[in-house]
Design a protein around this ligand. Structure first.
Ligand code: ATP
Ligand code: MG
Length: 140
């Protein structure tokens, strides 16, 4: 399988509980390599732009409020089939439905405070990486 890249966010519920390292270890143990990483506090405009695809969903306002409630860690992950590999280790959106051993099953607090974001296609991964990173920030 080809080595590809995907985009990940360690969400505010995780940074607040000092779980950046714990999440990153689970990603690395799943065969993903962090090739870019930075801790940022998103502005409302940045979060609304990032989640524009969800703007008509009833939880949009709360989701944006949550994503700007504290710092996040945005990352680019590399590995064989990186997008799907990351989705697999993340687990289902709602931690109650997430398989044991996944990040959301082990660490998430709720469907909203669910610890991680991961791109859902290679196309969206490229868009999301470009939203937060300049090409020269991807250092391998
Ligand atoms: P993400 O995009 O964060 O990786 P996902 O792809 O599993 O998660 P999406 O359907 O894209 O899930 O929803 C984006 C985010 O919106 C979810 O991660 C979650 O934080 C929030 N969310 C989704 N559904 C609900 C809901 N019913 N109530 C509250 N928040 C929700
Ligand atoms: Mg999604």
């Amino acid at each position: 399988m080809a080595v590809t890249r995907t985009f990940s966010i360690i969400k505010p519920d995780a940074t607040k509980r000092n779980l950046t390292g714990a999440v990153t270890k689970m990603l690395e143990d799943a065969g993903l390599r962090v090739v870019a990483s930075k801790r940022i506090h998103m502005t409302r405009d940045q979060a609304e732009g990032f989640y524009a695809v969800h703007k008509d969903r009833p939880f949009f306002g709360e989701l944006v409020d949550f994503m700007i409630s504290g710092p996040v860690v945005v990352q680019v992950l590399e590995g064989e089939g990186a997008m799907q590999r990351n989705r697999d280790i993340m687990g289902a959106t709602n931690p109650k439905d997430a398989a044991p051993g996944t990040i959301r099953a082990e660490l998430a607090e709720s469907i909203e405070a669910n610890t991680v974001h991961g791109s859902d296609s290679d196309e969206n991964a490229a868009i999301e990486i470009a939203y937060f990173f300049k090409p020269e920030e991807l250092v391998g």
